[in-house]
Design a protein around this ligand. Sequence first.
Ligand SMILES: *[C@@H]1O[C@H](CO)[C@@H](O)[C@H](O)[C@H]1NC(C)=O
Ligand SMILES: *[C@@H]1O[C@H](CO)[C@@H](O)[C@H](O)[C@H]1NC(C)=O
Length: 597
Amino acid sequence: MSSQSPAATALVDRVQNFVSENKQAILIGTAAAVIAVGGVAYYASTSSSRPKTDLEKGEKGERKDRKSRKKKKGVNDVDGPILEERKAKVEDDEGDLSKYTAEVVAALPEEERSRIAGLFKAQGNDAYKSRDFATAAKLYSRAIETTPKAEPVFYSNRAACYMNMAPPKYELVVQDCDEAIKLDPNYVKALNRRAMAFEALEQYSEALRDFTATTVLEKFTNQATPLAVERVLKTMSTKNAQDILKSRGPKLPPATFISAYFAAFRPRDLPALPEAPSEGDQTLIESFKALEEHDYQRSFELINKALETGFSWDVGRSEALNLRGTYKFLIGDVEGAKDDLNESIQLVPSFTQSLVKIASVYMEQGQTDKAFECFEEAIKHNPEDPDIYYHRGQVLFIMNKFDDAAKNYTKSTELDDNFVFSHIQLAVAQYKAGNLANAMAQFRRTMKTFPQRSEPLNYYGELLLDQQRYQDAIEKFDKAVEIEKSKNPQNVLPLVNKGLTLFQMDQNIGAAERCCNEALRIDPECEAAVATLAQLSLQQGLVDTAIKYFEKSAELARTEQELAGALTYQYATKAQIEFAKNYPMLASQMNAMAQAM
Ligand SMILES: *[C@@H]1O[C@H](CO)[C@@H](O)[C@H](O)[C@H]1NC(C)=O
Ligand SMILES: *[C@@H]1O[C@H](CO)[C@@H](O)[C@H](O)[C@H]1NC(C)=O
C-alpha cells in the first residue's frame, strides 16, 4: 500500500527479501529434514521469478488455451493409453470378441481370461486411437470384467476415455483413477489424470495433493506438473482469500498497522470546538481522544455515532468524514472511504489531507494516474501542505522513480522539517538510486536530529544489513530496541530485524527465533515476526509449526494479496506433509535428491 510510513513498506520488502534470499536454504533445508519435498515449495515460491510460459497466464487465458488445444488435437488427455501402451500390439488379434460374453468368460480358466482381457484392452486402445472414446471405454470395461486379477492400467485407460468425452466425465475419471492408484500407488499417469479431473471439478486441495505427488514421483523431470502445482495453488489461494475476506466482514487491521498509517501524516491539533458545542461535536472530540490513546475500535465507533448525531460546524463535519473515511479505508471499504473523504474535501477545500488519503485509496486499487490527479488537485488547494509531497514521494518510490521521489521528500521536509519519515525516506530513496554516500550521510544527519526516535536507527540498520555489515546493523537495532522500550505501543520491528540479522550472519536460528518470539510477546499481531518464524520453522523442518504460523499470518493479513500469499505457503506445506504421509517409502530417496540439489 502506498501512503504508509516506511515502516510498513520496508517491512514487507525485508520479509520478501528474506524469503527470496533464503529460498534455496529454506527449501533444501526443508526437504532434507522433513522427509521430502522442498521442491514443491520451491516451485510455488519462485513463480514470479521464472520465465512465463503458456501455462502461467492468467486464469482466463489458460482456459482458452486448453480449449483451443482440445480443438486442435481432439484429445483432451494427451497422455492417453496410446502413449502408455506403445508396445502392446497383440499378435493374435482375434477381431470379433463378441463371443466372449460374461457367461462364456466365467467358465474359462484364469490364464485364458487374462489373455482375453488383454485382447479387450488392445481393441480399446485402437478405439481410443481413432478417438471413439465411448467404444474404448466399453472395451476397457470388458477387460476389467474379464481379467481374473485387477489391472491398474485398465482403469487408468478408461479414465483417459472419460477425460476425453464431450463433455468430460470427471467424476468417473476420479473413480477409475482411485481404483488404479489403490492397485498401484506410484502410478504417475493415474495420479496426474485424477489431479486434472479434480482441478476441473474445482476440488483444489485434492488436485494439489495429486499434482504434488506426481511432481515428486516424476522427480521434477516433467516441466508441466510443477506448473500445474503452481497454477492450482494460485487459483486456490486467490479464491479462498476472496471467500475469507468476504466472510470476515469489516474488521480493523492490527493496531501497529493502523498506527503506522496515521503516523504517515503529520500530527495536527484537535479542531477547536465552537462556543456551544452540540452532542455530535463533543463525540467527535472523544473519538479523537480514543485515537490518541490508540484505542482504534472505540474511536471508530465514536466517529460513527458523531456522524449520526450531527455537527454544529462544517470543519467538525469535514474532520469527522475524514476520520471515518480513514477507518473505512483500513477495513477495506474503499468505495465508502472515497465517498467520505470526498465529502470532507467538498466541505472544506483547504483540508487537503482528505485528498491525499483518496490518493491512498486509488493506490491500493492500483490506479496510479488517479492518485497523481489527487495530488495535483491537493496542491491547487493548499500548496503548502507538506503531507502532499511526502505521499507523492511514497507513490513515486513504489514506482521505482527514486529521483523524483527524493525531490518530493525534500520539498516535504522544506515545508516542515519535524517529520522524521520524510528524512528517512529521502535517505532510502538515495540508497535505492545508488547514491550510497549521500544516503549514509542523510541517515547520520537524521539520527542526530531525531535522537529520541527509533526509526532512523532501524532503517539505517536495514541498510547496513543489506550491505552485510552485520555487527554494525545489530548495534543500530539494539539501540532502536532500547528506545522503543519506553514507548507505548512499542514498535517491535527492530527486534525482528535483529533476529533476521542474527540468522543471516551465522545461521543462528535459535537466536533469531528468540528475537521474533520476544517481538510477538510484546505485539502479538506483528506480521513480520510471524512470517519470519514460519520461514525459520520450515528451515528446521518443523512443518507443523510452520503451518501454524502460516495460519496466523493469514489471520493477520489485510489485503487479498497478503492473504493469498500466506495461504499459498500454508497449502503448499500441507500438500507436502500429506505426500510424506502417503509415500513414506519415498522419504529417504527424496532426501538424497534434495541434498544433491
Ligand atoms: C467528488 O464529488 C464530486 C461531486 O460531489 C465529483 O464531481 C467528483 O468526481 C468526486 N471526486 C472523487 C475523487 O470521487
Ligand atoms: C515531485 O514529483 C513530480 C512527479 O510526480 C515531479 O514532477 C516533481 O518535480 C517532483 N518534485 C517536487 C518538488 O514536487
